[in-house]
Write a protein that binds this ligand. Structure first.
Ligand SMILES: Nc1nc2c(c(=O)[nH]1)N[C@H]1C(S)=C(S)[C@@H](COP(=O)(O)OP(=O)(O)OC[C@H]3O[C@@H](n4cnc5c(=O)[nH]c(N)nc54)[C@H](O)[C@@H]3O)O[C@H]1N2
Ligand SMILES: Nc1nc2c(c(=O)[nH]1)N[C@H]1C(S)=C(S)[C@@H](COP(=O)(O)OP(=O)(O)OC[C@H]3O[C@@H](n4cnc5c(=O)[nH]c(N)nc54)[C@H](O)[C@@H]3O)O[C@H]1N2
Ligand code: SF4
Ligand SMILES: [Mo]
Length: 760
């Protein structure tokens, strides 16, 4: 372990460093940066160290307020992926002779990708070329990828894995508040409120350093309620654990609101002054009386009452959701119902109260703001908004009418591969493991005329490609990410990449040139960011007041942060003034002696919500069943999620020895009663069968899961792949697949082998 003591900590944030990155000599000071993995974006330092994996040692950065030096095992071991032998170090091109991926030089590989894309475009039209991005890509990459799709390929067919992540919360945020930022307040506020309801988040495993804020909340006398069908490590830390049947959170939230109304606990003044739509939402909640909700969710009425008591006793309270309630075919309505609870009780729109979504990927927030989502343009602008098209087209130097309209959502895009979509450029995702109904998606990927994958490792999806482009990793390049708090952060280069590796920005630059666009795709991340500032200016997610220099000096900057003439430069659009928008401005521009600088906006909605009338919208929603309910043939509910030592599709973390030792493979978590019924034995293989497919993994018997539910983590490919089973039923608004509930049957492997053949 190369995790060193705080004494090795670099000077605070190293203000005044060259912004774009530097290459320290061994023994030199650490480069302050952020973790390559999840949305917490923990601050860390990277110190040059001979003999360490990747030539770097991770050191603490206690001054960064979100994690205060603490890191989980993934962050601590991240440099292991920089080592040769683990990652890709040269392009691969599929040989027409052997049919295998073989080493090639960059020119050959890029020529091949350009030919693949133009060939399909010429034969089938621009929309036959698709692009798939990732929420792990920096803002600069996400921005450049969206621009590449729309300007160079001229295709409407671009979406990204964030659709599988927080799209339901994003849609609910937009509806309720008129603006979507995961947390409308800094994470630190969580420790100072009175009560937190954490819905379907296993923070103790998915963002371990954040657990500290919940511990502090309880130490200060606040209470924590966790809603999860499993008694997770996070639930263990709660005052109250509600364990609903997966897919029933909507009924649960409505039931709590029913009790709030029945007990006269609504904040009528807040509702009258700051919201719209209460009568319809109230009526919907009144139809969900406690006994009915107990029947749907399995949560006893006394626990519902206790939850309402804890939530309404203190003046301040928060609801935070994560993937549990969101990854459902009714995720948007479900999140809307939880927001209703905040609005009706006046626990929103003021300090230390409100609703937030715990976004997942390293740049899950920024990745959804700058144009890789099917319906969005940079600055969180809508692709269908004529003014937005006009503004972005001007920055891009193209006519607004040349910008394609919205395309397919992630699963719909993957499902259309090999049909209307003939070529795919994929950057920053591994859908063979992570997409719902993965065997079908894998088959669709195989049926493409042309597949190019840019990745740092040879992922399961990269293995299917015609061309694999090896790209640089976080420590080898600079770029910005936007954390779950909406805090824009600078990751700085700490080492040189190996010879055979290029950046994603280089890939897009070279491909654009080959496809006839010589300008507009710089390879320097800071140059891309400068353009992103202009493109985002005046939009909901306004970054125009943020510069690399500022990010190097401050502990990140919360958007919106319009350019108010900071540092003496001209306004972002060159006019000296950012465009006006209907966005609320909570931040007070700091008045300095020499210049003004917008301080960014740590807290949103304090005075008004972002709808034109300043009011929040209640959601008039009612419970509905999951897309697939259990029946005699498939009597058990499957839910899926994560373990602490593996990240996502595992493409990266399965290559890190220490993490693999901690979490070596898939498993099926089941209750002793279910185990007894099917004769399951701890550690022995179980077959889980759904209408989409089957998976085999050892039994893990625990009283921590509901007896009617089994849980599988989704980090592994092959026979234990959870996504062989999952249901691609989509939420009608967000197009989020229902990862969190489907119907399965579970059998002992020996027994299943004797039974009916596999389903497809
Ligand atoms: N170790 C690790 N950390 C990660 C990641 C990782 O892959 N590994 N990924 C990152 C990313 S991209 C994301 S999106 C976040 C995800 O972070 P989380 O949302 O915390 O992760 P999950 O394990 O998917 O789901 C959380 C919990 O939802 C519960 N759940 C399942 N079904 C339901 C339901 O119907 N209702 C409710 N209320 N709960 C339910 C599960 O039992 C699980 O404990 O984690 C981030 N951090
Ligand atoms: N059953 C089930 N399935 C799920 C979920 C669930 O809870 N249950 N959760 C869903 C969620 S929330 C998410 S976010 C998705 C995530 O699933 P994926 O989209 O598969 O996410 P990763 O495994 O992080 O894949 C990222 C890939 O990009 C590569 N990569 C990393 N950084 C870069 C970079 O800078 N450039 C390039 N070109 N490549 C890079 C990595 O090596 C890796 O191969 O999974 C979804 N799938
Ligand atoms: S919690 Fe997330 S950001 Fe922090 S070290 Fe772990 S993976 Fe990295
Ligand atoms: Mo995610």
């Amino acid at each position: 372990m190369h995790f060193t003591a705080p004494s090795a900590t670099p000077p605070a944030a190293a203000g005044g460093e060259p912004a774009g990155g530097r290459r320290p000599a061994p023994g030199g000071p650490a480069t302050p940066t952020h973790c390559p993995y999840c949305a917490l974006q923990c601050g860390m330092g990277l110190a040059p160290a001979e003999g360490e994996p990747g030539g770097l040692a991770v050191v603490e950065r206690p001054e960064f307020p979100v994690n205060r030096g603490a890191l989980c095992g993934k962050g601590r071991t991240a440099p292991a992926l920089l080592a040769r032998g683990v990652r890709l170090t040269g392009p691969l091109v599929r040989s027409p002779v052997s049919g295998e991926l073989e080493p090639a030089d960059w020119r050959t590989a890029l020529d091949r990708v350009a030919r693949g894309l133009t060939g399909v475009g010429e034969s089938y039209g621009a929309d036959a070329c698709a692009v798939f991005g990732g929420g792990g890509l920096t803002n600069e990459k996400a921005y450049a990828l969206g621009k590449f799709a729309r300007v160079v390929l001229g295709t409407s067919q671009i979406d990204y894995n964030g659709r599988f992540c927080m799209s339901s919360a994003a849609a609910a945020h937009q509806k309720a508040f008129g603006l979507d930022r995961g947390l409308p307040f800094p994470l630190e506020d969580v420790s100072r409120t009175g009560c937190v309801i954490l819905v379907g988040s296993n923070l103790a495993e998915t963002m371990p350093p954040a657990l500290r804020h919940l511990t502090e909340l309880r130490e200060a006398g606040g209470t924590l309620i966790v809603v999860d069908p499993r008694r997770t490590r996070t639930a263990e830390a709660a005052d109250l654990h509600l364990a609903p049947r997966p897919g029933t959170d909507l009924a649960l939230a409505l039931g709590l609101l029913h009790l709030v109304v029945a007990q006269g606990l609504t904040d009528d003044e807040f509702v009258a002054e700051r919201t719209v739509g209460w009568p319809a939402a109230r009526a919907a909640a009144m139809a969900h009386w406690p006994e009915l909700v107990e029947r749907i969710t399995g949560v006893p009425v006394p626990q519902l009452r206790e939850a309402v008591r804890l939530f309404t006793a203190p003046r301040d309270a928060m609801v935070l959701t994560a993937r549990g309630p969101e990854q459902q075919s009714k995720g948007t309505d479900t999140v809307g119902a939880w927001i209703n609870l905040c609005l009706a009780t006046g626990r929103a729109g003021r300090p230390l109260s409100g609703y937030g979504c715990l976004t997942g990927q390293g740049n899950g927030q920024g990745g959804r703001e700058h144009g890789q989502k099917a319906d969005q343009l940079p600055g969180y602008r809508r692709l269908t908004d004529p003014a937005a098209r006009e503004h972005v087209a001007r920055v891009w130097g193209v006519p607004p009418q040349s910008l394609p309209g919205p395309g397919r959502s992630a699963y719909e895009l993957l499902d259309a591969l090999g049909g209307e979509l003939r070529a795919l450029l994929l950057m920053g995702s591994n859908p063979v493991v992570s997409a719902p109904r993965a065997a079908h998606v894998e088959e669709r990927l195989r049926s493409l005329d042309f597949l190019a994958v840019a990745d740092v490792v040879l992922s399961e999806t990269a293995r299917l490609a015609d061309v694999v482009l090896p790209v640089t990793q976080w420590a080898e390049e600079s770029g910005t990410t936007t954390s779950l708090e909406g805090r824009v952060l600078l990751r700085r280069q700490a080492v040189e990449p190996p010879d055979g590796v290029r950046s994603d920005l280089y890939v897009l630059h070279e491909l654009a040139a080959r496809l006839g666009v010589e300008k507009g795709f710089p390879t320097d991340p800071e140059e891309v960011f400068e353009e992103l500032r202009r493109a985002s200016a005046g939009g909901p997610a306004d970054y125009s007041g943020i510069t690399y220099r500022r990010l190097a000096e401050e502990q990140g900057v919360f958007w919106p942060c319009p350019d108010v003439g900071a540092d003496g430069d001209a306004g972002a659009d060159g006019s000296g003034r950012p465009e006006q928008s209907e966005r609320p401005e909570q931040g007070e521009p700091a008045v300095g002696a020499a210049h003004t600088r917008h301080p960014g906006t740590p807290r949103l909605f304090l005075d008004r919500f972002a709808h034109p009338d300043g009011r929040a919208r209640f959601a008039a929603v009612s419970h509905r069943p999951a897309a697939e309910e259990t029946d005699a043939e498939y009597p058990v509910v499957l839910t899926t999620g994560r373990v602490v030592a593996q990240y996502q599709s595992g493409a990266q973390t399965r290559r890190v020895a220490e993490l693999n030792a901690a979490a070596p493979g898939p498993f099926v978590e089941l209750h002793p009663r279910l185990a007894e019924r099917i004769g399951a034995v701890e550690g022995e293989p179980l077959v889980v069968v759904s209408r989409r497919g089957r998976a085999v993994a050892p039994a893990r018997i625990t009283g921590a899961v509901r007896p009617d539910t089994v849980f599988m983590p989704f980090h592994w490919p092959g026979g234990g792949r959870a996504n062989s089973l999952t249901n691609p039923a989509l939420d009608p608004t967000s197009r989020m697949p229902e990862f969190k509930t489907c119907a399965v049957r579970v059998e002992r492997a020996a027994q299943a082998d004797a039974g009916p053949g596999p389903v497809s």
